[in-house]
Write a protein that binds this ligand. Structure first.
Ligand SMILES: Cc1cc2nc3c(=O)[nH]c(=O)nc-3n(C[C@H](O)[C@H](O)[C@H](O)COP(=O)(O)OP(=O)(O)OC[C@H]3O[C@@H](n4cnc5c(N)ncnc54)[C@H](O)[C@@H]3O)c2cc1C
Length: 437
């Protein structure tokens, strides 16, 4: 069986390929970077070429730092080039951070919610990045208790600056907006949206490279030697820097002393249909919204720019892949949209997300000059960009926002990462049962 999660993990040639997906089939530029050879010096060495790493490198370069970025495969190879493309505000674990820090941190925690959106928008404009950004998103409820939750959120948002961007839909309207009778209501957020994540990531990498970031692909970091000037080593070279930023998220195996048992991978999968015709689109998703349901184990979907249904779900904590992604996801899609029966599924793929027991992202210091930002628990298009700004601030000696995350006491996973994953999987079975309520 082909592994869609580990696809391209092994072998020299495979290391140079992205996982096959709708995104790789519609990528708008072929951009390659060399392998690291010999010794390089930089103010900052970034490890990982996803949104966290690339956005951090770009932010730092914009602020005048010299940056070397090392990616073990290709830029956008990890979750950033494979995800659902949903641009969703906020970050997981926020309620816990609010409880921990109290009212004093309210504004700063609040301002972070949409910071990633702003950064992405600025970049798209500044660097002319073509990544199909569209606004419109909805959380949908199957059950009364889920609808109650949405209404409570809506009431809280009524006095916010963005109040006019939110709208509750119920009754006949939700059936029309969603093209199905499966939901009893939804909360539309027109400040959120969707985009082509691989084209955004590659566009940002190109911009970073053009303003001086040295990007290296096929350059897996095998160790970090800590010190006044940490050494970051690969098989073919090394980078000596003042600061190191760890941005490997669920694929990270470095700094286990700090991150072992705190960060664990989960997998999630997506299928893409053939393009739908105009009538189908206007019945199924006339407002072109990105959709997330309110279940504990979320199904998420949207239309691509060429009007395919990109349907994702099956989040799984054992790291196992279903025997067939299509056979497992398709019935979930058809239950909502029986009229898509017979549409061919042209792409199927999956990837890893970085999970943390508390759901609060792990953003902090492994030592005084080695920082990490991982564990966004399924979110990431927005939050990685916000986190990249926190990383850049820390390099400049400002830790205010990093401290908010770092002061969170994280519970290590009992039994270590592998067995612990099974423990969490058992927990997920419990949540699946909750979804049946
Ligand atoms: C199928 C799927 C659907 C998703 N849908 C959404 C969505 O719709 N909206 C949303 O907001 N989020 C979504 N997410 C989550 C989101 O994609 C991630 O949180 C985000 O992309 C993480 O970015 P990152 O840069 O931190 O990590 P990644 O994009 O995973 O990048 C990490 C990179 O680090 C590299 N790396 C690791 N170790 C080393 C090393 N030792 N040396 C060199 N390089 C190394 C890896 O090769 C990888 O390229 C989804 C994720 C998946 C998998």
């Amino acid at each position: 069986m082909t592994s869609f999660i580990k696809a391209n993990d092994k072998g020299a040639n495979e290391a140079l390929a992205h996982c096959e997906s709708y995104y790789t089939a519609t990528v708008n530029q072929e951009i390659r970077f060399p392998q690291l050879q010999g010794e390089q010096r930089a103010d900052v060495c970034v490890i990982g070429g996803g949104f966290t790493g690339i956005s951090t490198a770009l932010t730092l370069a914009e602020r005048g730092y010299s940056v070397a970025l090392l990616e073990q495969h290709r830029i956008g190879w990890g979750a950033s080039g494979r995800n659902g493309g949903q641009l969703i505000a906020g970050y997981t674990g926020r309620a816990k951070l609010e409880r921990l820090h109290g009212g004093a941190a309210e504004k700063i925690l609040n301002d972070m919610a949409y910071r990633g959106h702003e950064i992405i928008e600025e970049r798209i404009k500044k660097y002319s990045i073509d990544c199909d950004l569209k606004y419109g998103y909805i959380d949908v409820a199957f059950k009364k208790r889920q609808l109650r939750e949405l209404k409570e959120s809506f009431e809280k948002l009524a006095n916010s600056d963005l109040a006019e961007k939110y709208r509750m839909v119920e009754g006949q309207e939700i059936n029309e907006v969603m093209g199905t009778e499966a939901y009893i209501g939804g909360l539309i957020n027109n400040r959120n949206g969707h985009l082509h994540p691989l084209n955004l990531c590659l566009g940002e990498a190109k911009a970073a490279s053009e303003i001086g970031v040295s990007i290296f692909e096929n350059s897996a970091v095998i160790s970090i030697e800590h010190g006044e000037k940490p050494w970051v080593k690969t098989q073919t070279g090394q980078v000596i820097a003042d600061f190191v930023i760890l941005a490997g998220n669920a694929y990270n195996e470095l700094e286990q002393k700090k991150l072992n048992k705190l960060l664990f991978p989960a997998t999630t999968f997506i299928i893409a249909t053939e393009p739908l015709d105009e009538d189908e689109v206007s019945r199924i998703n006339p407002l072109d919204l990105a959709v997330c349901d309110m279940n504990e184990i979320v199904d998420y979907y949207r239309l691509s720019a060429d009007k395919r249904m990109l349907f994702g779900g099956l989040c799984n904590y054992t790291g196992r892949e279903p025997l067939s992604i299509k056979a497992t996801l398709l019935p979930r899609m058809l239950k909502l949209y029986p009229e898509l029966m017979g549409k061919s599924i042209e792409y199927e793929w999956g990837g890893k997300i970085g999970m943390v027991v508390s759901r609060v992202p792990l953003i902090g210091r492994a030592s005084k000059n080695v920082f990490y930002s991982v564990g966004y628990c399924g979110h990431g298009v927005n939050v990685t960009h916000m986190a990249s700004e926190i990383m850049a601030e820390a390099v400049a000696g400002t830790f205010e926002r990093m401290d908010l995350f770092e002061r969170m006491k994280h519970v290590p996973m009992p039994l270590g990462n592998k067995l612990g994953n099974y423990l969490v999987a058992l927990g997920m079975m419990y949540y699946r049962l909750l979804d049946l309520r």
